[in-house]
Design a binder for this molecule. Structure first.
Ligand SMILES: Cc1cc2nc3c(=O)[nH]c(=O)nc-3n(C[C@H](O)[C@H](O)[C@H](O)COP(=O)(O)OP(=O)(O)OC[C@H]3O[C@@H](n4cnc5c(N)ncnc54)[C@H](O)[C@@H]3O)c2cc1C
Ligand SMILES: NC(=O)c1ccc[n+]([C@@H]2O[C@H](COP(=O)([O-])OP(=O)(O)OC[C@H]3O[C@@H](n4cnc5c(N)ncnc54)[C@H](O)[C@@H]3O)[C@@H](O)[C@H]2O)c1
Length: 477
C-alpha cells in the first residue's frame, strides 16, 4: 500500500502505543484489520519503560533493604553490616524493565506496516499526517499519554535534574537529592531513594501528599514519611545551578543538593497534535470536550483515551479508556456509554497510601459517618512490626452504605481492593460485618473501623453476627 498517494480510508487510526493505545488496538483488531497504530519514540509503554514497573522494582529493592531496621527487635543480629550495591540495584531495575518492555512490544510485533513509527498530527477529523504521509480514517483514537512537567527555565540545568524518564537510567545514585512534588510519584520515589541510602530532602507545593484529601490520614502519612526523610510542605520549590550542584529554594528553606528529581505532575501530550483542526471548542488547557463514558470528543468520530485526556492518570483507567475507545471507534451505530469502575488509587509507599470510592473532600460531613482504626496496637501489625498508620472509612448516615476510604495503612493495597469491591457492590457496613474475618490478620483492623461505623447506625437485629463486638484486646481484635 503506498500511503503517500493513498485515498483508501482506514477504519481506525490509533495514535500512541501506550497502555491506552494497546488496549484500544485489542478491541479494534476484533472487528477490523483495516487500521494502523502510530507511535512516536520508543515502543513499549510508559508503564513498562519508565513508569509503574521500574518504579516498583526500585521500591521493592529499597523496602527489602529497609527491612533490616526491624531485625534487632526480632532478635536477628548483624543488620548494621548489610550494605547496598546501588549499581547492581539499578541494573536489576533495568533488567526487569527490559523484560516488561519486551513483553509489551510483542503485542504489536505481527502488525508489519500497520505499525508506524513517527509523530502523528491531526489535519482534520478524518485525516492524520505522519512521516509526510496523509492517512484518511473513519475514526481516530488519540492515546498519546503524558509527560513529566518541567518548568522551561529548568531545562538548562542539565544532567543533575532528573525526572522518572531519566532516573532509572542512572548507573549510580547521588549522595544528596531533593525530590520536588509530593504527589504519588514524589512520595514513592522519595521514600525509595531514602531507603536506599540517599540523603533525601523532599518539597511539596501544598500540604496534601500522595493524593490524600482526609486531613487525619494526610497528617499520619506526613508524620510517618517525615521520620524517614526531610519533608518540607506548603511552598513551591525553585532551582538554580551553582558550582557544587543545584540550589533548591522553597519559602525560607534553602539547600544545595547533588541532583533533583522533579515530580511536579504530568501534562497530556497534545502540543502539535492539531486538536485545533477538529473544529470544536478547546478549554484553557487546549483540551476538547471528552465524554468519560464513551471517550468520544464532542460528536466527532474521534476518541481520547489514557493520560492524554487529563481525566485520571492511572494505568487501569488508561486500559479501560482504550477498551471503550476501541469498541466505540469500530461501531457504526452511536457510541455505547460504559459505566466506569469505582475509583481506586494506590501509592506504593510503606505503609501504602490509598483512596477508594468517594474521596473525603467530596463528601458532606452532615450526611456521612466516619469509622477509623489506627494500626499502632493492632495485633497482627504489631507481630510483624507493621503497626503504623491509619485507615478511615466513610458511610452514608441514612443507609449505612459504604461510600469511600482513605488510608495510610499496612497492606493498604489489599484492603483498598476489598473496599473497592464492597463499594462497587453497594454493600452496607452491616453486610460487610457479616463477612468472615480470619484471625489474626490485618483486616481485623478494617473490621474495627467498620464496627465504629456500625455503632453509629441503628441496630436491626440482635440475632445477627454483624453485631458481634470487639474484645478490646490487642490479641483478639
Ligand atoms: C513513575 C511512574 C509511576 C507510575 N506508577 C503507576 C502505578 O503504580 N499504578 C498506576 O496505575 N499508574 C502508574 N503510573 C501511571 C501510568 O503509568 C499511566 O497512567 C499510563 O502509563 C498511561 O498510559 P497511556 O497509554 O495514556 O500513555 P503512554 O504509555 O505514555 O503512551 C503514549 C504513547 O504515545 C506516544 N505519542 C505521544 N505523542 C504522539 C504522537 N503525536 N504521535 C504518535 N505517538 C505519540 C508516546 O511516545 C507514547 O509511546 C505511573 C506513571 C509514572 C510516570
Ligand atoms: N501508584 C500510583 O498509582 C501512581 C504512581 C505514580 C504516578 N501515578 C499517576 O501519575 C500522575 C502524576 O503523578 P505526580 O506525582 O507526578 O503528579 P501530581 O500532580 O499528583 O503531584 C505533583 C505535586 O507536585 C507539586 N508541585 C508542583 N510544582 C512544585 C514545585 N515547584 N515544588 C514543589 N512541589 C511542586 C504539586 O503541588 C503536586 O502536589 C498522577 O496523576 C498519578 O495518578 C500513579
Amino acid at each position: 500500500m503506498d500511503r503517500n498517494t493513498m485515498k483508501e480510508t482506514l477504519d481506525v487510526v490509533i495514535i500512541g502505543a501506550g497502555t491506552g493505545g494497546l488496549s484500544a488496538l485489542r478491541e479494534v483488531r476484533k472487528r477490523t484489520q483495516n487500521f494502523v497504530i502510530i507511535n512516536d519514540g520508543a515502543w513499549g509503554t510508559v508503564c513498562a519503560r519508565v513508569g509503574c514497573m521500574p518504579s516498583k522494582a526500585l521500591i521493592e529493592a529499597a523496602n527489602a533493604y529497609h527491612r533490616r531496621s526491624t531485625f534487632s527487635e526480632f532478635g536477628i543480629q548483624g543488620a548494621n553490616s548489610l550494605t547496598t550495591d546501588i549499581p547492581t540495584v539499578l541494573r536489576r531495575v533495568r533488567q526487569l524493565r527490559d523484560h516488561f518492555v519486551a513483553s509489551t512490544v510483542k503485542t504489536t510485533d505481527d502488525l508489519g506496516r500497520r505499525a508506524i513509527s513517527g509523530r502523528a498530527r491531526l489535519l482534520a477529523p478524518d485525516r492524520v499526517e505522519v512521516n509526510g504521509q496523509q492517512l484518511y480514517a473513519r475514526s481516530i483514537i488519540i492515546a498519546t499519554g503524558s509527560s513529566p512537567i518541567v518548568p522551561e527555565p529548568w531545562n538548562k540545568l542539565g544532567k543533575r535534574l532528573f525526572t522518572t524518564d531519566t532516573l532509572f537510567e542512572q548507573e549510580n545514585l547521588p549522595t544528596r537529592m531533593a525530590v520536588l512534588g509530593m504527589g504519588p510519584i514524589g512520595v514513592e520515589m522519595a521514600q525509595a531513594l531514602s531507603r536506599l541510602g540517599v540523603d533525601v530532602i523532599a518539597f511539596g507545593g501544598n500540604q496534601a501528599i500522595g493524593g490524600l484529601t482526609d486531613p487525619q490520614v494526610n497528617a499520619a502519612a506526613i508524620e510517618l514519611l517525615g521520620c524517614e526523610f526531610s519533608l518540607n510542605l506548603g511552598e513551591k520549590a525553585d532551582l538554580t545551578a551553582i558550582n557544587e550542584g543545584l540550589q533548591v529554594r522553597a519559602g525560607d528553606s534553602e539547600v544545595v543538593v547533588d541532583a533533583v528529581l522533579a515530580a511536579l505532575g504530568r501534562r497530556p501530550i497534545i502540543d502539535g497534535l492539531g486538536l485545533e483542526t477538529l473544529g470544536v471548542s478547546l478549554n484553557e488547557q487546549g483540551m476538547p470536550p471528552i465524554n468519560p463514558n464513551t471517550m468520544q470528543v464532542a460528536d466527532l468520530p474521534i476518541f481520547m483515551a489514557g493520560d492524554v485526556n487529563g481525566q485520571s492518570a492511572i494505568l487501569h483507567e488508561a486500559a479501560d479508556e482504550g477498551h471503550i475507545a476501541g469498541f466505540n471507534a469500530t461501531r457504526l451505530a452511536a457510541p455505547v456509554c460504559f459505566t466506569r469502575r469505582t475509583p481506586l488509587a494506590i501509592v506504593f509507599a510503606d505503609p501504602n497510601i490509598a483512596v477508594v470510592g468517594s474521596q473525603y473532600c467530596a463528601l458532606e460531613s452532615a450526611t456521612t459517618l466516619v469509622g477509623e482504626v489506627t494500626f499502632s496496637n493492632q495485633g497482627r501489625a504489631r507481630v510483624g512490626q507493621h503497626n503504623k498508620g491509619i485507615l478511615r472509612l466513610y458511610a452514608a448516615a441514612d443507609s449505612g452504605r459504604l461510600l469511600g476510604a482513605e488510608m495510610c495503612a499496612p497492606s493498604g493495597e489489599h484492603m483498598a481492593h476489598l473496599l473497592a469491591l464492597a463499594i462497587d457492590r453497594s454493600l452496607t457496613v452491616r453486610e460487610l460485618l457479616h463477612m468472615p474475618f480470619y484471625h489474626p490478620v490485618l483486616e481485623e483492623g478494617l473490621r474495627t473501623a467498620l464496627r465504629m461505623l456500625a455503632a453509629q447506625l441503628p441496630v436491626d437485629s440482635e440475632s445477627d453476627l454483624a453485631t458481634c463486638g470487639a474484645f478490646d484486646t490487642e490479641a483478639l481484635d
